[in-house]
Design a binder for this molecule. Sequence first.
Ligand code: ADP
Ligand code: MG
Length: 350
Amino acid sequence: MENKTNNKFTPLSTLGEFGLIDKLTKNLKILHKSTIKGIGDDAAVLDYGEKFIVLTTDILTEGVHFNLVYMPLKHLGYKAVVVNLSDIYAMNAYPRQITVSITISAKFSVEHIEELYQGIKFACDKYGVDLVGGDTTSSYTGLTISIAAIGEAAKNKVVYRSGAKENDLICVSGNLGGAYMGLQLLERERKLFEKGSVERPDFGDYNYILERQLKPEARKDIIEMFKETGIKPTSMIDISDGLSSELLHICKSSGIGCSVYQDKIPIDKETVIMAEEFHIPPLTAALNGGEDYELLFTVPLDTYDIISARPEVSIIGHISKQETGCRLIMSSGSEVEITAQGWNALKDQQ
Ligand code: ADP
Ligand code: MG
């Protein structure tokens, strides 16, 4: 760390999160046949017998991912579990166990951490996973929660980011942009309150977008729908960083292009109203706002009748040749290239 001034050191922001991960991991050798898929998907895929095991981990850091001024600890515990389970479902797998590791500073009491664990346990009950271990240590800077989740899937059911084919339908569950607009509302009220401009924060009746931000759910129901209907998506990813970023991940991994239609992107009424209040185009919130934890997936064209009948799924476009690039077709008919402006941990913090 001494030579900061002689330009030998590259700022993290020049690479961003994904660039850094690529750089750090590009020369890794896989030693075991049981490592079916290592880095580069929502979860690693491991072969330990009759089924595949899927494994993922995520960190939430105080001040970066959450602010305890408006994030109740119980919700935080719940969310920390859910974001991991979402990555397991994104592989078309079922989560079974989690481990929970926390760093805690002296500002927290036993009761605080118990509250956090109420949320963790609530999520475990709701999604049917066992908490089987973790680690606990102190920190100077606040709370960090790192959760790892393990899931299982029949070997022929696992879905990667890389299987999308030309003419496949591009689908998304639920609606997008709500969690981001919920965050904008929470942040606005926090700032007004901290400045002393208001006696207490006013969140109006925006319960839906607040819940999207504070207490998201993972789309277990979509995986169950695949089982029921016998549909196996050709590719899938969960939307943690924003639709644009996730579409580009699928396009890059699958070596294809896509056309997505503005009119088809599902956005809830409350998200639209709040976006307008902030003078943000609702489409921008849907494309670039993160943390919706919906599933983005592609299915073969011949599943159209089944998929289009599902109210919880929207068909937003189709897969095209790689040469056509990733395009967004606006309501006006004009076309724009999709670029990733989603949450990129190391670029945004600069
Ligand atoms: P997600 O948004 O689905 O959680 P990420 O974008 O965090 O996925 O990670 C992309 C891929 O990079 C995953 O396979 C993940 O396991 C891997 N990865 C992330 N950070 C690291 C790291 N520090 N070292 C090794 N692999 C990493
Ligand atoms: Mg993911």
